[in-house]
Design a protein around this ligand. Structure first.
Ligand code: ADP
Length: 155
């Protein structure tokens, strides 16, 4: 059975922190699906389609990465994609507490799906999409926090 992982998130926008987690996880899985969760009641800062295109651009030529959007529960999307792993990044103990609850509740709902955590590298652990959005909203330069392939476009 091939090892398929779903990396769910808002990726609004994708940061160097996300990119690093994905690249470091590539050797662990046959396929990683970067899954942009779409919330029908809450519009994101960047359009979903733009976020998807940026992630595709960053990973152009990497054949075991797919980028998809989904609505609803992550475990339902995993089932639909035949993915047995949920991938998440951990930056801080606050992330851990938040992620612990979600992972344990997901496990209660579906014990076939394991959540796998990758600890961020120290130099990327402060990077956060919310702060990147605030910098952009206030006309600051957030380029160092955004993957190099899309730096010119994310302004
Ligand atoms: P959400 O909208 O669920 O918070 P995000 O798009 O912010 O999702 O992030 C998706 C995943 O990436 C989460 O597991 C989050 O902890 C992780 N992540 C975000 N930023 C970083 C970073 N700088 N280093 C490592 N992991 C990160």
């Amino acid at each position: 059975m091939s090892k398929i992982a779903v990396f769910p998130g808002s990726f609004d926008p994708i940061t160097t922190g996300h990119e690093s987690i994905i690249r470091r996880s590539l050797p662990l899985f046959d396929k990683i699906i970067v899954a942009i969760g779409v919330n029908s009641t809450k519009e994101g800062f960047f359009p979903t389609e733009k976020r998807k295109q940026w992630i595709e651009k960053i990973f152009t030529g990497v054949k075991n990465i797919e980028v998809k959007t989904y609505k609803g529960l992550t475990i339902d999307f995993c089932k639909q994609e035949k993915a047995n792993y949920i991938l998440r990044g951990l930056r801080t103990s606050a992330d851990f507490e938040f992620e612990r609850v979600i992972a344990q509740m997901n496990r209660s709902m579906n014990d076939k799906i394991e959540t796998v955590f990758i600890l961020s590298t120290p130099e990327l652990s402060a990077i956060n999409s919310t702060v990147v959005r605030d910098i952009i909203r206030n006309n600051g330069d957030a380029s160092q926090f955004v993957p190099s392939a899309i730096r010119k476009e994310v302004k």
